[in-house]
Design a protein around this ligand. Structure first.
Ligand code: ADP
Length: 306
């Protein structure tokens, strides 16, 4: 089966400042693919290029087998796009927005109601309310309903959970899983690392560069160094002390611990405890832990910078 999205050597700069550098990746049909990276990484730029709203400077890509430049009209009818910022008509009601989007794509709300029923039914009681008057969570549900009303093959969502309350966040991810069951390919961007685990595969992006593309398990399995979680009553002094040890590559705060990546495969938690025993730390402890996707990202980011 052909890939849902194929991207070859895409580059894009804004006023000579690169926003995307040599992006290559593919997305398989029916997967939930996450584009994960901090603010300014290039996520919106890539999504706009794939949804034919922005031209790349160089490179090519296909979406649903169609070229993003030559076949842009076909792509626009076969994908759904939920932009990061609320993009609906604020002065139209909920129902008018839905009808408008349905009409643009030559369909009706009734025709694809089953696809959006789960979310649209929650905002339907407010169907006569202007979109601008809805709460954040409801606006998000309306935007998603509008992006889905023409039953797209591929759904693009640009940071759909940024600034959204935890309940709406969970509802959104449940909805994405349902869409996957319907056979829809989902391409979703986020700055929240914990959402990576909800994706089938992810691309980690920083400063317009893809650092890794794999499943979360694949990325974690390729982290080959020893990671030690160290604790004491004075975390800040502890970080400083750990960074001075010659067998420590990196030490950074992680929750209420300091995650410490070791340079030397022979080194271990006991060497840390031994090296710090005269540093007057209270309640000092150290144990080896399995890295999270966030640890992998920190490691890949710093290696890329360095
Ligand atoms: P993200 O979605 O990951 O936050 P963006 O794609 O919005 O990243 O931005 C990538 C980089 O391009 C950032 O440095 C941003 O400041 C810059 N950028 C984005 N849009 C524009 C624009 N219209 N004009 C100039 N620079 C832009």
């Amino acid at each position: 089966m052909k890939n849902a999205i194929e991207i070859y050597d895409i580059n894009k700069s804004y006023r000579n400042k690169p926003a995307l550098k040599n992006i290559n990746l593919h997305v398989e049909p029916g997967e939930i693919f996450g584009l994960i990276g901090p603010d300014g990484a290039g996520k919106t730029t890539l999504i706009r290029i794939l949804t034919t709203l922005l031209l790349a400077d160089s490179g090519t890509a296909t979406v649903n087998g169609c070229d993003i430049v030559k076949d842009y009209k076909h792509i626009r009818t076969s994908v759904g796009y939920m932009p990061g910022r609320f993009s609906l008509y604020q002065d139209l009601t909920v129902e008018e927005n839905m009808n408008l989007f349905a009409k643009i794509f030559g369909t009706t709300i009734a025709e694809n109601y089953s696809l959006v029923a789960d979310i649209y039914s929650q905002i339907e009681p407010f169907k006569n309310r202007q979109a601008g008057q809805l709460s954040g969570g409801m606006k998000q549900k309306l935007a998603l309903s509008c992006a889905l009303i023409h039953k797209p093959d591929i759904l693009f969502l640009d940071e759909p959970t940024t600034g959204v309350d935890p309940v709406s966040r969970k509802e959104l991810w449940d909805m994405l899983k349902k869409l996957k069951k319907e056979g829809i390919t989902v391409f979703v961007s986020t700055a929240y690392m914990d959402e990576a685990t909800l994706c089938d595969r992810v691309a980690l992006i920083q400063d317009g560069v893809l650092l890794s593309v794999d499943s979360v398990d694949g990325i974690i399995n390729s982290f080959r160094k020893k990671l030690i979680s160290v604790k004491s009553d004075d975390i800040y002094r502890l970080i400083g002390d750990l960074r001075k040890l010659d067998f420590v590559e990196k030490a950074y705060p992680f929750g209420d611990c300091v995650h410490t990546i070791l340079l030397d495969s022979e080194a271990d938690e006991n060497m840390i405890l031994d090296a710090l025993k005269n540093h007057n730390h209270i309640n000092l402890s150290a144990k080896q832990v399995i890295p999270t996707i966030e640890d992998c990202f920190i490691d890949l980011m710093e290696n890329h910078n360095g």
